[in-house]
Design a protein around this ligand. Structure first.
Ligand code: 26V
Length: 822
């Protein structure tokens, strides 16, 4: 009976319509006369979800049967965005379902527009995790993601009087069809308490007792592969109290205290910390980290016990399990596994440590000093008394080895130590992650080189270079071309005669052969134009501003941060504006009309970044209403930049800016998205820009600015010598200070970063070459034919930057996992 009833549902139009109507009637409890776009979205989502669950089940079954090595990707952030369109495309249902909803009186586009983003991440790091899950599913690796189910994702940004204002992102307000609550999968996680030392003969063991317990409840998010049956899982943990409320207190009339414990426990996973590339030492954040790590390891343990039953030796554990640490946020997992093996499984310390280090691998995503995670020892001792003991023991044994390696070199010892010897002491999470992993990797060639030469230099000396690798980031072409840019995807498939490129992006290379085909170029340009119209419509809808889709669209969208230099961009805009204003009407005719588009969130506590937003909006309000410049320039700050907004912006860009101070942007991944969509880039010699340049060639990219190896000297010069400022920059600053863009005093702290702040991000050093590069962009854009060729060659040469390539590299050289196809 079971087999008879569990036949997978067909994916044709009629079956879909039946399923849609059934969900309207039963899941939503509505009549078919009472279905708005949102209900239609819900019904469609549930119809898709049914099919996802079937695949999910089959995949998990196969993985259990085959018993191959698994990889667990631990990430505090998964920036998934919307799921419906992605699931329809990956499952191959879009056409049938699109027809189906049309006949029912809906437009697929309207339905898709109803979904709210799953915004459980800040920026690049979280979106990378999402792209990697897509590739793991598509390539059929037995993989799981583990994360946190935040009640509030990254805040919503509104612009009020030019300033950023933050609002809570209550994304779970309505039912979320993309998660499966597993109310039966509950893990107790403990905090606080104390450690008993128990001596049994000549062995000593430790017992962690007392403290408070919070429960972790599992919510599973199915991630379907493209063009395969495989569907993998991200398990997100949500906190809840062990007891609902204190009946004793309730009966004693202390009603507010009766629910306090409950509220405190639920608060643990309430909110995503909104900092990107900046460490904040909040105790709640550390609690989140341990909560998530402990629940995830316990969950893996269920698998491990299955492993133990099969009577294999413990030291085979790393042959069964690989755990990838997405930055240092899950580093406590290293300590937790050592604790389980030693305290609970009673393995010897060294044997346990061998297993631990062979299991973990660590990815570093930043070299910025302010982003390095470190936690005060007193805080950790209080929350995790046994873990801090283990950390000190690990450090002791580690430093003994270091001492043997470099006898008497106390500075070397102090630099390598997991503990920073300040008052109070701190635990350096990156050091712990390196010591506890068998591999450490950076995320682009330059970044991986820099970590070996700077922040992890001493570790390279101690371990030798082989422990350190590069894994250049990648993006999924399914979401970032096929889904976001359907017209270009269609043109490419038609030209190549297949869709295989979606699973092997290097096949795009063949597009090069069409670069001299005039008709192909015409269609290529037409697609770009229609994407620009789509963005112009969006800008009109949300901002009530008209922009000209024939203008050059010049885009910078990413988190607002000083190192990313949105400030330099807007200073350049002011320069350009003043330039146009000084022109005669004849000269103006030579200027390419330009729409400069910004987007991105600033961390709520990041004062300078928020001032940059204010400056951009102040410049916009002056420029956009200046009728003397004949619409040659518009400045737009698109509010609330997120994944689904990116899907509209990326395909519409002519030129995008990736202009971080050399050596500061670990990789960048939006650069890859823009180029894949035939947008050119203007960039510094930094992060993945360098490798994109290598792949697409000199003629198709605009690079400028000082090199990473010059940065130290330049900063030194700013600190100790009188540096004369670039004259163009000087003029722009004078203009701001004269009040051209509103009250000058507002912007004084921002301008001070260039003067009193010693221009740490070297804007004055790069400003001249930046303006020169912008001039080259403008000249190149005037030649439509050549620009189209560049655009095509960009897309054609982006094969390397598929997340499929990246994941294969991880699987082959770090995890040792092989695909298992359903
Ligand atoms: C994240 C967080 C999250 C909230 C609390 C405090 C905190 C502190 C540090 C970090 C690390 C963020 C590092 C990061 O996002 N790096 C970005 O990673 C991308 C994917 O590898 C890469 O493309 C970007 O260049 C890099 O900035």
């Amino acid at each position: 009976l079971w087999e008879k009833c569990s036949v997978p549902e067909a994916i044709d139009k009629e079956t879909f319509q039946k399923s849609f109507i059934r969900h309207v009637n039963t899941t939503l409890a509505r009549s078919i006369y009472n279905v708005d776009n949102f209900s239609a979205y819900q019904a469609t989502a549930h119809a898709v979800r049914d099919r996802l669950i079937q695949r999910w089940n089959e995949t998990q079954q196969i993985h259990t049967e085959r018993d191959q090595k698994r990889v667990y990707y631990l990430s505090l952030e998964f920036l998934l965005g919307r799921s419906l369109d992605n699931a329809l495309l990956n499952l191959g249902l879009k056409d049938a379902f699109g027809e189906g909803v049309k006949e029912l009186g809906f437009k697929m586009e309207d339905i898709l527009g109803q979904e709210v983003d799953a915004a459980l991440g800040n920026g690049g790091l979280g979106r990378l995790a999402a792209c990697y899950m897509d590739s793991l599913a598509t390539l059929c690796y037995p993989a799981w993601g583990y994360g946190v189910r935040y009640t509030y994702g990254i805040f919503q940004q509104k612009i009020v009087d030019g300033y950023q204002d933050e609002f809570p992102d209550y994304w779970l307000n309505f039912d979320n069809p993309w998660e499966l609550p597993r109310v039966d999968i509950v893990v107790d996680v403990k905090f606080g308490g104390h450690v008993n030392k128990i001596t049994e003969g000549d062995t000593v063991r430790h017992e962690w007792v007392g403290g408070e317990t919070v429960q972790a409840v599992a919510y599973d998010v199915p991630i379907p592969g493209y063009g395969v049956k495989n569907c993998i899982n991200i398990r997100l943990w949500s906190s809840k109290p062990r007891r609902k409320f204190d009946l004793g207190k309730f009966n004693a009339g202390e009603y507010d205290q009766a629910v306090q414990e409950q509220m405190k426990a639920e608060f643990l996973t309430a909110v995503l910390y909104p900092n990107d590339n900046h460490m904040v030492g909040k105790e709640l954040r550390l609690k989140q980290q341990y909560f998530w790590v402990a629940a995830s390891l316990y969950d893996m343990w269920v698998e491990v016990r299955r492993f133990k039953k099969s009577q294999r030796d413990w030291n085979e554990f790393p042959d069964q399990v690989a755990i990838q640490l997405n930055d240092t946020h899950p580093t406590l997992a290293i300590v937790e596994l050592q604790r389980i093996l030693v305290d609970e499984e009673r393995l010897g310390w060294d044997e346990a440590w061998e297993i631990v280090t062979n299991t973990f691998a660590f990815t570093n995503h930043t070299v910025l000093p302010e982003a390095m995670e470190k936690w005060p020892v007193p805080t950790m001792s209080q929350l995790l008394p046994r873990h801090i003991q283990i950390i000190f023991d690990l450090n002791l044994f580690f430093l003994q080895k270091v001492e043997k390696f470099a006898p008497g070199d106390r500075d070397f010892l102090a630099r390598l130590s997991i503990i920073e010897e300040s008052t109070p002491q701190y635990v350096r999470m990156a050091h712990l992650a390196i010591v506890g992993s068998h591999r450490v990797n950076g995320v682009a060639k330059l970044h991986s080189k820099l970590i070996k030469e700077t922040i992890f230099k001493d570790f390279v000396r101690f371990y030798g270079p082989d422990k350190f690798e590069n894994k250049t980031n990648g993006i999924t072409p399914r979401r970032w071309l096929h889904q976001a840019n359907p017209k270009l995807s269609e043109l490419i498939s038609e030209t190549l005669g297949h869709k295989d490129w979606l699973k092997d992006l290097s096949l795009l290379k063949k597009l090069e052969e069409s670069v001299n085909d005039k008709e192909f170029r015409r269609r290529w340009i037409a697609v770009k134009h229609s994407n620009k119209v789509r963005l112009a419509d969006y800008i009109r809808d949300v901002m009530d501003i008209d922009v000209n889709p024939n203008a050059l669209f010049d885009v910078q969208v990413k988190r607002i941060h000083e190192y990313k230099r949105q400030f330099m961009n807007i200073l350049g805009v002011i320069h350009h504006y003043n330039n146009i204003k000084s022109m005669s009407p004849e000269k103006m005719r030579n200027v390419v009309p330009r729409v400069v588009i910004f987007g991105g969130k600033a961390a709520p506590g990041y004062y300078i970044a928020k001032l940059v937003i204010k400056l951009i909006n102040s410049v916009a309000s002056v420029v956009n209403k200046d009728t003397n410049i004949q619409d040659l320039l518009k400045v737009i700050f698109i509010p609330d930049y997120n994944v689904s907004v990116a899907e509209i912006i990326v395909p519409a860009s002519d030129i995008s800016q990736h202009i971080s101070t050399a050596g500061t942007e670990a990789s960048g991944t939006s650069n890859m998205k823009f180029v894949l969509n035939g947008g050119l880039i203007l960039g510094t010699v930094d992060g993945a820009n360098i490798e994109i340049h290598e792949e697409i060639g000199d003629d198709n990219i605009f690079m400028f600015g000082h090199l990473a190896e010059q940065v130290e000297d330049l900063r030194y010069a700013h600190r100790y010598r009188d540096v004369t400022m670039d004259p163009h920059l000087n003029a722009v600053i004078k203009d701001i200070e004269s009040g051209s863009f509103g009250e000058a005093r507002i912007f004084a702290p921002l301008i001070n970063t260039l003067t009193f702040g010693k221009d740490y991000y070297l804007i004055s050093d790069d400003f001249g070459s930046y303006l020169d590069a912008q001039k080259l962009v403008e000249e190149a854009y005037k030649n439509e034919k050549d620009w189209a060729k560049k655009s095509i060659l960009c897309t054609a040469n982006m094969g390397k930057f598929s997340s499929d390539r990246a994941i294969k590299e991880y699987a082959e050289s770090i995890w040792g996992t092989v695909p298992v196809e359903v």
